[in-house]
Design a protein around this ligand. Structure first.
Ligand code: ZN
Length: 293
């Protein structure tokens, strides 16, 4: 017997683990400077195959492609689409404004069906000077009015509670409990909740509400990023996972304990990261996801 040949791969050593990116999804708005085509082209070779699509990328008036073209691009590239983002903004003092919002939401549902998205995320809205409990009634009524259309297209509607700093003009639903109450009121399999850690990490009832949502079958989506303690902007200074103070692993554990099998959707609005070379940012997001989320 001759000497054992030098192997390029030492079979005695375990192979390095293959990063599990099967459940990672990225919101197109995380790469605001990029088109949908650029997002697809960048993430495909990195092993990510899910994108949640913001409507600006599929609106030709805003420089996007048509929903039909977007659907074909995503399908051809083998991407799944957890969500179209976003619909909502139901509360309004005047009936024509309310109807206009409903029409826009029906268009969002149509677009979601065209790009084969599972759900439309609802940022429910709020109107300064309208009491929050009254606004929440507008939200429940508005979602109820969309149910026929959502059923016809088989699109889920995910209520996304927003941090209370947005209660004046973006969302009268600020905790999972308020979203749950609307889910209970409407009691419809297409109505559920999008849990975004940026908005809900501080809620002392979060774990309890996650469990409830699991039991009710209303936990539709899980959005991740981080909260910078010295936040510089209330909208566009979200942190990348690991940048801030959110206990992402504990929240994920609570989410997974419900049997949630959906995606971990990275949604980061950040002037700082949007200013970066996006081609360098994408692998940084994957590394942060694997290490901290
Ligand atoms: Zn979100």
């Amino acid at each position: 017997m001759g000497r054992r040949p030098t192997a390029l791969i030492d079979m005695d050593q375990p192979a390095p683990p293959i990063p599990d990116l099967a459940r990672l999804a990225v919101h197109t708005m995380t790469h605001q400077p990029w088109s949908l085509a650029q997002c697809i082209a960048a993430y495909q070779p990195l092993g990510v195959s899910a994108l949640s699509v913001w409507r600006n990328t599929i609106d030709p008036n805003l420089g996007g492609v048509t929903p039909n073209d977007a659907g074909a691009m995503l399908r051809d590239a083998g991407f799944t689409v957890p969500a179209l983002v976003r619909g909502g903004f139901f509360p309004a003092f005047e009936e024509p404004d309310r109807q206009q919002a409903l029409d826009d939401n029906r268009r969002a549902i149509d677009e979601a069906a065209t790009i084969n998205a599972e759900m439309v995320v609802l940022v429910v809205g709020a109107v300064p000077d309208m009491p929050l409990d009254e606004a929440r009634m507008h939200v429940a009524d508005g979602i109820a009015d969309l149910l026929d259309h959502a059923e016809a297209r088989n699109i889920k509607l995910a209520i996304e509670p927003l941090h209370p700093m947005y209660a004046a003009d973006r969302s009268c639903i600020n905790r999972m409990a308020e979203a749950r109450e609307i889910c209970q009121q409407l009691d419809h399999p297409l109505v559920g909740i999008a849990l975004d850690v940026y908005h809900l990490w501080w809620d002392p009832d979060l774990e309890f509400e996650i469990r409830r949502a699991g039991q009710m079958g209303t936990l539709f989506a899980y959005h991740i990023c981080d909260w910078r303690p010295l936040t510089r902007d209330l909208l566009n200074d979200r942190g990348l996972m690991g940048d801030g103070c959110i206990d992402l692993k504990s929240i994920r554990a609570a989410v997974e304990a419900t049997g949630f099998t959906g995606h971990h959707e990275v949604e980061i609005f950040s002037d700082e990261y949007w200013a970066m070379d996006q081609a360098q940012y994408a692998p940084k997001i994957i590394a942060a996801y694997l290490q901290y989320a």
